[in-house]
Design a protein around this ligand. Structure first.
Ligand SMILES: C=C1C[C@]23C[C@@]1(O)CC[C@H]2[C@@]12CC[C@H](O)[C@@](C)(C(=O)O1)[C@H]2[C@@H]3C(=O)O
Ligand SMILES: O=C(O)CCC(=O)C(=O)O
Ligand SMILES: [Fe+2]
Length: 307
């Protein structure tokens, strides 16, 4: 397992890339493959995911148009605390990166200013939310828990899911573009253009580069799903290297599936059986305020561990 603190990862050091799962295969087979990938890697790619190419293309084109605007237009989206435009500063605790980004709410009118961009965002969000729910329902099937135990949190009208657009313009020196961290939410679905950058921590100081694949979504487990599976799945630390390809930008679009603020996060009883719970119950609002009070690289879930 690729745990944040797990050093026994030698069995995947030789791995060339994360598992690729074909969602068009038989449901029961896919459910097993996804659960295995979540247990062993915490990261996997999905292909034949059903998100229409034109919706992805429109979203990508509108995102690049946004980032290519003059700064005075981009800052009209507001500064990223937590929704809006940011450049080189990540969060509010002094973290720096070699990127600019836009963080958007998904269940309210987004702050983007043109009708075309707004339309691209809402179609894209609708499709990736549905894909995230489908994956969560396959996970539930593979784990033998009620089908909507995870997905209902994303379908809820008050779900706190986010869409993040990261733009990495070319820089001269090889450096870190977005520092090491785990994602706090339930599940993240990342799609990037053909430029490399994403890397997964193997927990022993080594990093596994994820090959960019514009036809796939890269899926990773967030801290909340680690807590809801009582640590059976691990929210793996990852980072993005800065982009050094001259004349090319790296664009990543990430949907973070999150619960509504007031929902209490606990592990379904079927997953506890004879095991003691490893995390105390918490609301997403509580977890989120703990997250935003800390720096990017901190291991936030440890604070909720039962001693
Ligand atoms: C430094 C920070 C940025 C972040 C909020 C935080 O205080 C710690 C977690 C960071 C993170 C990582 C995953 C997502 O990109 C993100 C939107 C999130 O939910 O948690 C970012 C936050 C951010 O950039 O605002
Ligand atoms: O841009 C990327 O490839 C990864 C960024 C990331 O992990 C994040 O925004 O949480
Ligand atoms: Fe991330």
């Amino acid at each position: 397992m690729v745990a944040a603190t797990d050093t026994n990862t030698s069995h995947i050091d030789h791995l060339m890339d994360i598992p690729v799962i074909d969602l068009s295969l038989k449901k029961s087979k896919v459910a097993k493959l996804i659960v295995k990938a979540c247990e062993d890697y915490g990261f996997f790619k999905v292909i034949n995911h059903g998100v229409p190419h034109n919706i992805i293309k429109k979203m990508e084109d509108e995102s690049l148009d946004f980032f290519h605007k003059p700064l005075h237009d981009k800052i009209r989206a507001g500064s990223a605390n937590p929704f809006g435009y940011g450049s080189k500063n990540i969060g509010l605790r002094g973290d720096k990166g070699e990127l600019e980004y836009l963080i958007l709410k998904t269940n309210h009118d987004s702050i983007v200013n043109t009708p075309q961009f707004r339309c691209a965002v809402s179609s894209y969000v609708e499709c990736v939310r549905e894909l995230a729910c489908k994956i969560l329902e396959l996970i539930a099937k593979g784990l033998g828990v009620p089908r909507s135990v995870f997905s209902h949190l994303l379908r809820h009208f008050d779900s706190d899911s986010l869409l993040r657009l990261n733009h990495y313009p070319p820089v001269l020196n090889q450096t870190i573009g977005f520092g090491e961290h785990s994602d706090p939410q339930i599940l993240a679905l990342l799609r990037s253009n053909g430029v490399a950058g994403l890397q997964i921590s193997l927990g022993n100081g080594n990093w596994l580069p994820v090959a960019p694949d514009p036809h796939a979504f890269c899926v990773n487990i967030g801290d909340v799903l680690q807590a809801m599976t009582n640590g059976r799945f691990v929210s793996v630390r990852h980072r993005a290297m800065a982009n050094t390809l001259p004349g090319q930008s790296r664009l990543s679009l990430i949907f973070f599936g999150a619960p509504p603020p007031e929902v209490t996060i606990t592990c379904p009883p079927q997953l506890l059986k004879q095991h003691e719970p490893r995390y105390r119950a918490f609301t997403w609002a509580e977890y989120k305020s703990h997250t935003y009070a800390h720096r990017l690289g901190e291991t936030r879930l440890d604070h909720f561990k039962i001693a």
